[in-house]
Design a protein around this ligand. Structure first.
Ligand code: FAD
Length: 287
């Protein structure tokens, strides 16, 4: 493994380097995904551009009703953030179930999204938050809906001269939310299936949403709009959740791999939807 290591001192310098090297240069943030690909030989870049120390893209801010998270913010920092705790508790719940403390101290939210694993745990909560990503290059800035950013396994809408700088979304303060994840064990495991749920209730009926997103059951993390439609405007009763589970099983397109079979993942998707509501105290006492 032979490459040139560059550590830009500013965002502008990082963009210049990427514009110069394009596909021949790769960014490294926490390195928790990239180093595996380098060691296996899957990636053989000429230049590695280290963005982990760029303070310009390490922040968590709330401006009016919008939350902005810099791309090199670590999962640990997000988990500790009072802004995230009050305005996006679903992200906090996902951080708590992410990897282990050692990984969380270096793994970044930007790296998790750009790596574009179907099992990326930051993706489902950010999809229900209807987040956007900010991509910068020497030519300027583009803002993409996260839903449109994921194109396939390990494939995104990021151009070869671009850097992901920020993730933005509206505050979700006061909404019911839950993130549930099934892994091979409780700690430090990649999702077999993950599910994020957000909704509001008015007079016992789901009025705002629900928004439901899943990870690890399709080539990209996605919003389950069929199941959302079943639950919009109805009570979160066991019967309605079972109907939504049937819709959900039709929407997922999982593969069989070392972590679980396609059929198992399908069944678990519906179970996680029910579990998410039950964790919040709904549909618990129905016969
Ligand atoms: C033991 C272990 C456990 C794990 N558990 C989990 C888990 O529970 N859940 C989970 O979701 N993931 C898990 N992961 C995967 C991993 O930690 C994450 O995907 C991590 O968030 C990636 O971020 P990073 O900063 O380490 O990215 P890096 O490895 O530095 O980069 C990943 C990719 O993104 C690119 N990149 C990084 N930042 C940017 C940017 N700002 N702009 C453009 N391109 C960029 C890099 O070039 C590279 O292609 C685990 C990994 C390990 C090793």
């Amino acid at each position: 493994m032979k490459f040139v290591y560059k550590k830009p001192g500013s965002l502008a310098e990082a963009l210049e380097l990427k514009a110069r090297y394009r596909e021949r240069g790769v960014f490294i943030a926490g390195g928790t995904d990239l180093l595996i690909d380098l060691k296996s030989g899957l990636l053989q870049p000429e230049v590695i551009i280290d963005i982990s120390s760029l303070d310009e893209i390490r922040y968590i801010r709330k401006d009016d009703d919008h939350i902005r998270i810099g791309a090199v913010t670590t999962i640990s920092s997000i988990q500790k953030s009072p802004i995230v705790q009050s305005s996006a508790p679903i992200l906090l719940k996902a951080c708590k179930q992410f990897a282990n403390p050692l990984i969380k101290n270096v793994a970044t939210i930007g790296g998790n999204l750009v790596n574009a694993s179907p099992a990326a745990d930051m993706a489902p909560p950010l999809l229900v938050l209807e987040a956007s990503v900010v991509l910068k290059s020497l030519d300027g800035e583009r803002v993409l809906d996260l839903e449109k950013f994921f194109l396939g396994v390990k494939s995104t809408g990021q151009r070869s001269d671009e850097l992901l700088t920020e993730i933005r979304f509206k505050s979700a303060e006061g909404l019911n939310c839950e993130f549930v994840k099934l892994g091979q064990r409780r700690g430090s495991s990649i999702s077999i299936v993950s599910l994020a749920l957000m909704f509001n209730l008015t007079d016992g009926v789901i009025s705002d949403g629900p928004r439901i997103a899943l990870g690890a059951v399709a080539p990209v993390p996605f919003r389950a709009r069929g199941a959302e439609d079943v639950l919009h405007g109805v009570e979160p009763s066991l019967e309605n959740l079972k109907r939504a589970g049937v819709a959900l099983k039709r929407e997922v397109s999982p593969i069989t791999d070392i972590r679980g079979s396609a059929g198992y993942r399908k069944e678990v998707s519906a179970s996680l939807l029910l579990m998410a509501f039950q964790n919040l105290g709904y549909a618990c006492n129905n016969p």
